[in-house]
Design a protein around this ligand. Structure first.
Ligand code: PLP
Length: 421
């Protein structure tokens, strides 16, 4: 036996272990190879077994050619990573325990003391909180830019800027930026740009091919798999997708050092939901647009914020990027917000949200159950948002219930909270 070759397994004991307890740990049975089923197997491991010391020394943890430790990948995590890379048009993908962990992983991999990161004013709230607290403690400055004004973004890039976050559309207020122009600006200044692609989900547009001709794309796409890829409201997970091996390795090194592992059962849940995601996304989209248009006609509603609706902030940019698919209807997530007219106070808005029966009060989105959240917008914005009407912002995530039931629910809650509106 040549024990120096990584391919040679160590000898197994000829006799089964004497004690039953040992036999339950070291069992000789190996299931035959060749099993096939629609769902991939769930491989669970912290420890990965090496066939011999030479293999232990030789194996490379940085790529998907082998296995070294559960944190660095199993057949199950590799499968989901490869499918997500395909979904988003990337070449490499990493799984992390949440969408926010994806944002943090990218920031900690790419930013150092003295660096600056640019964040849009309508960014996902916890992404701003990360910059305001943790990143600041490391001596990393963040600068807020106007997502609807590419000139403002360009003016805020300095020699210290190392990373620009992009979000299309922004969280809660749903402004759709001129993403292609924003990426052009970052390219021209040599600054890495990272997109929070949770809304687009890899379905509404291609983050690495914004013009459809392969010439323009973001550097990094992060995705809260918690939303549509999971689709159940029961899993927290995130992904980080890239098309540059060097950039991927920088992020993967930080991932390894920070220990951002994911559980195999959660990966299995996402693998199970992924094949139906495009169908679900389409259904959420249709129902959300239907209800958003209906809400726009209600007297209590001063403004509807949904990028696919005419007049919504950045609608023309949504149309340019996402408008071609689905027979010209374009694609959008099943999310929208409304501004309840300022003549109705916060108590009435709270009563409206409390009166809803099918729309449950809860954060997150992308699951089967419709959700509603009232927001305190002034506390979330650095600048005044002149494109928003005065009033209270309420966000809806449309689930998979029948749209007629949801409409009736909105109608009774509007009536009960605002009377004749
Ligand atoms: C939900 C969400 C996240 C964070 O995802 P978690 O898995 O909940 O941490 C990040 N960005 C956007 C736009 C989100 O909607």
């Amino acid at each position: 036996m040549n024990a120096s070759s990584p391919d040679t397994p160590r000898p197994e004991g000829a006799e089964p272990p004497h004690h039953l307890t040992t036999r339950l740990v070291h069992h000789a049975y190996q299931a035959p190879a060749g099993f096939m089923a629609p769902q991939p197997a769930v491989h669970k491991a912290s420890t990965v077994i090496f066939p011999n010391v030479a293999a232990m020394r030789a194996r490379e943890w940085k790529d998907k050619t082998s296995y070294t430790y559960g944190l660095h990948g199993t057949p199950t995590t590799y499968q989901l990573e490869e499918r997500l890379a395909t979904l988003e048009g990337g070449l490499q993908c990493l799984l992390v325990p949440s969408g926010l962990a994806a944002i943090a992983n990218v920031a900690l991999a790419l930013l150092r003391t003295g660096d600056e990161v640019l964040i849009p004013d309508n960014a996902y709230g916890p992404s701003k909180a990360l910059a305001e607290a943790e990143l600041l403690h490391y001596g990393i400055r963040h600068v807020i830019y106007d997502p609807l004004d590419p000139a403002d973004l360009a003016a805020r890039i300095t020699p210290a800027t190392r990373l620009v976050w992009l979000e299309a559309p922004g969280s809660v207020t749903m402004e759709f930026p001129d993403l292609a122009e924003q990426v052009r600006i970052c390219r021209a200044r040599g600054v890495t740009c990272a997109l929070d692609n949770t809304w687009g989900a890899g379905l509404a547009f291609a983050p690495f091919d914004l013009l459809g001709d392969g010439t323009l794309g973001v550097d990094v796409s992060v995705h809260a798999l918690t939303k549509y890829p999971s689709g159940g409201g029961d899993v927290l997970m995130g992904s980080i997708t890239t098309r540059d091996q060097g950039l991927h390795l920088r992020i993967k090194l930080a991932h390894m050092r920070l220990g951002l592992g994911v559980g195999a059962n959660d990966v299995e849940s996402v693998l199970r939901s992924l094949p139906s995601m495009a169908l679900r996304y389409r259904a959420h989209d249709r129902a959300a647009r239907d209800l958003a248009r209906w809400m726009a006609r209600q007297p209590a509603v001063a403004q509807v914020l949904h990028p696919a609706l005419q007049g919504s902030p950045g609608h023309e940019h949504w149309r340019a990027l996402c408008g071609a698919g689905e027979g010209g209807e374009g694609a959008a997530a099943g999310l929208f917000s409304v501004v309840i007219d300022a003549r109705h106070g916060q108590q009435a808005v709270d009563a409206f949200c409390d009166s809803l029966r099918y729309f449950k009060l809860g954060y997150s989105w992308g699951g089967p159950m419709s959700l509603v959240v009232p927001y305190d917008l002034p506390g979330m914005r650095t600048r005044s948002a002149g494109h928003l009407r005065p009033g209270t912002v309420v966000r809806f995530s449309i689930g998979l219930e029948a749209v007629e039931d949801l409409r009736a629910d909105l109608e009774q809650a509007l009536q009960s909270a605002f009377g004749g509106h």
